[in-house]
Design a protein around this ligand. Structure first.
Ligand code: SF4
Length: 66
């Protein structure tokens, strides 16, 4: 995957993700999967990018709160 290919249909600011395009706030994937960790999601915080892969930077060793 060429991470320089920003997909302008998928805007994303999660620079910690290995799939992030880098310089610009876009994902580099052709498509992503969005899901939820809630039974009844009501706000955007209930949703997750399930295509997220941890990049070089840490995310407090997986201690991100959900
Ligand atoms: S996979 Fe998801 S979290 Fe990662 S850069 Fe793409 S949209 Fe963002």
């Amino acid at each position: 995957m060429d991470k320089k290919n920003a997909n302008r249909s998928i805007e994303c600011t999660v620079t910690q993700c290995a799939n992030h395009s880098g310089k610009e706030n876009y994902c580099a994937l052709n498509k992503i999967k969005v899901g939820t960790h809630e039974k009844n999601p009501t706000v955007s915080q209930c949703t997750d990018c399930e295509s997220f892969i941890l990049g070089n930077s840490s995310c407090n060793s997986g201690s991100c709160s959900k």
